[in-house]
Design a protein around this ligand. Structure first.
Ligand code: DI6
Ligand code: FE
Length: 404
């Protein structure tokens, strides 16, 4: 680190630091972190802290510091809500039945197409603010409710705009292959051709997508159709990820792995072959307990299998109007533990280190170590387990994004 502290040097001292470093998940009981120009330059025991008389020093009074939280799978930018479908499901309809009856994703498509970019930003900000209030410093946001070039581009432009109006890192994902738009008249192959030949190249050209995703499911697209989308993404140099094996086993996890996907997400129905392929490819399993809970799914993702095969697991909200109207990563961690038996360590890694991996951001954030962005969450708790076990309580003391 630089010997003379600049006025942009900040020291957080007298803290319990849970660094989430993969090599040792190190905790410093009386630790300190030093940031310069938004990056961590020191994280370790306070006893090893060099004297930095010019630095802005903050006494954390023994509070716990974790990496800033990362929500690596959201559909946060959407218009309106689907509380009416929630009521239909309460009366007995399934998610698939609601979708087939013209509700579902397509009803959100209508609402999004009718909204301007400014309106989308306005409606999405309260959801982003709810995440930020719980210590989120990085969020991934997908398109997928536009389903034509103009409206997918509008959605992703709204996502980029959110990053300009809030201090948070935002990653955009193009999810053109989310559902079939009404004007496609049931022709999935023709729509996928439109995604690969027209929408995806234009979105890439505009620089609006950091990654490409799809919904591989009976009510959405087949593995063959998704393979076309992934071929085009690869040709454009964009990383891929996939909504896979959520409602049935179409072997989406294996497909994602074959394309070296950053992540495969949901995975309730993933089998041994899928998990083995993911482990080999280094594809992260993004576990989404909010959707499982909200649509009252009964088949749990094979957490034990992922552990056994060494598949890395992230946890995310899947924040969306249809299957997971959830804007709390703290509650998501509680669900990961309570519904799926994930450990406290797995839950916390799932919203920090492994979530960064699922976004291809491991070099920048997700752990507290020198060289990474100074993205921190400072909590009024003593032990990490307290972050996972409480329901509907937010113990965040302060959030730090890139040193600020
Ligand atoms: N899987 C989901 O759970 C969401 N999208 C997806 O591909 C549902 C999105 C919605 O119903 O609006
Ligand atoms: Fe999703």
């Amino acid at each position: 680190m630089a010997s003379a502290a600049s006025d942009r040097t900040t020291v957080w001292r007298n803290a319990r630091i849970v660094s989430m470093r993969a090599d040792s998940a190190v905790t410093f009981e009386r630790g300190a972190i030093v940031a310069e120009n938004g990056r961590i330059v020191f994280a370790g025991p306070e006893a090893d802290l060099p004297s930095l008389p010019q630095a802005n020093t903050i006494d954390c009074e023994g509070r716990l510091i974790t990496p800033g939280l990362i929500d690596c799978h959201t559909h946060l930018v959407h218009a309106g809500n689907r509380a009416n479908e929630f009521e239909m499901r309460l009366a007995g309809a399934t998610y698939e039945e609601v979708a087939k009856a013209g509700g579902g994703i397509v009803s959100s498509v209508k609402a999004l197409r009718a909204a301007s970019e400014e309106e989308l930003v306005r409606q999405s900000l309260p959801r982003l603010d709810a995440l930020i209030a719980e210590g989120v410093t990085t969020v991934e946001i997908k398109s997928g409710y536009g389903l034509d070039l103009e409206n997918e581009a509008k959605s992703l432009a709204a996502v980029r705009r959110l990053a300009e109006v809030r201090p948070v890192t935002v990653r955009t994902t193009f999810l053109g292959a989310h559902a079939l738009p009404p004007e496609a008249n049931g022709d999935k192959d023709a729509y996928i051709a439109k995604v690969t030949d027209e929408m995806l190249p234009a979105i890439a050209q505009l620089g609006l997508a950091d990654a490409v995703d799809g919904f591989c499911e009976g009510i959405a697209f087949s593995t063959e159709q998704m393979a076309h989308v992934f071929d085009e993404a690869k040709a454009l140099g964009l990383p891929v990820k996939l909504h896979a094996d959520q409602l049935s086993n179409l072997h989406g996890a294996a497909l994602a792995a074959r394309y070296g996907a950053l992540s495969a997400d949901h995975l309730e129905y993933t089998d041994d072959d899928g998990a083995i392929a993911m482990a080999k490819a280094g594809t992260v399993a993004v576990i989404l307990p909010g959707a499982f809970y909200f649509i009252r799914e009964t088949k749990k993702p094979p957490i034990d299998l992922f552990r056994k095969q060494g598949v890395k697991m992230a946890l995310a909200t899947d924040s969306n109007p249809g299957t997971s109207p959830l804007t709390s990563l703290l509650l998501t961690m509680n669900m990961g533990a309570t519904l799926f038996g994930m450990t406290v360590e797995e839950c916390l890694a799932g919203v920090t280190r492994e979530a960064a991996r699922a976004l291809g951001l491991s070099a920048e954030t997700g752990t507290i170590e020198a060289g990474k962005w100074a993205d921190l969450a400072i909590w009024d708790v003593e032990r990490p387990a307290e972050l996972v076990y409480r329901i509907g309580f937010n113990p965040l003391h302060r959030r730090v994004w890139r040193g600020q």
